[in-house]
Every structure is written in C-alpha cells, then in structure tokens.
Design a protein. Structure first.
Length: 145
C-alpha cells in the first residue's frame, strides 16, 4: 500500500466515520435538530423541517460510501459541499454573535458554537477535498464504434 493510498484510507475512514456518526445521531431527534437549524436564523421554518429529515440521511449515506470506498469521489464532493455550507452557517452565526448549539451530533452532546466549530468544519472540508483528489480516476472510455 503506497503512502498516498494509506492517507486516502485514513482520511476516508475518519471523515466517513464522523459523517456516519453525525447522521446516525440525528435520525431520531428530528424535532430537536429542526430547532437547532432554526437557531441559525437563515431559513424558513418549512425548510428547517425538510433539512432536519433529509440531512441526516445524506450525511449517513455519504459517510458510509466513504468508509466503504464506494463512489468515493462523488461522496467526497457531497461531503465537501456540506462542510462548506456548514462553515458558512457557523461563520455567519459567529459574526452575528449567536449563542447557540451547533447541532452537529444530535442532542445531548452540548457542543456550543465557537471558533473550534469553524476550525473543525474547515478541517473536514480540506479532508473531503483531499479525498476527492486522491480517489482513483476512472479510465477514459473509448467512443463506441
């Protein structure tokens, strides 16, 4: 196993595992998660509800794909997009001085929003981009005759 493939494997396992945990932890606390999303004061109430139902599944599936090494590049780009969106949400909340829970890992974790949250989002974004870059590229197919 080359150094590059070991790094890819470690990044996929760490980031994918975190995404699976994050998604799983929110599956049965959708009302609480919807309130956490609403606390960011960015979206209409109906969209908060939709996100509270769908986002955990997106995190869970994308994370599982990373862990399993299936459709790695698309899964990594999905996670990168999520991390960028989360970083924007966290950044605006910090800039506005909102004293809220991040909602990253469901209820009961007590994680409050702070610069460490923004740093974690940035690190996960960097890891997702690295995974997408390290993922093996498919060979180009010859045009059909």
């Amino acid at each position: 196993m080359s150094g590059r493939s070991v790094l890819d494997w470690l990044l996929r396992l760490a980031l994918g595992g975190a995404m699976v945990y994050a998604g799983w932890s929110k599956l049965d606390v959708q009302e609480t998660f919807a309130r956490n999303i609403a606390n960011y004061r960015l979206l209409p109430a109906q969209l908060n509800q939709i996100l509270a139902v769908t986002l955990p599944w997106v995190e869970l599936v994308a994370g599982a794909l990373l862990v399993l090494g299936l459709w790695t590049r698309p899964a990594a780009w999905i996670v990168a997009a999520l991390m960028a969106a989360f970083a924007i949400g966290v950044g605006q909340a910090l800039a506005r001085g909102l004293d809220i829970s991040c909602g990253c890992f469901g209820e009961g974790t007590g994680e409050s929003l702070g610069l460490q949250t923004l740093g974690l989002e940035a690190a996960c974004l960097a890891a997702a981009i690295a995974i997408a870059w390290l993922a093996p590229r498919r060979a180009a197919r010859a045009p059909a005759a």
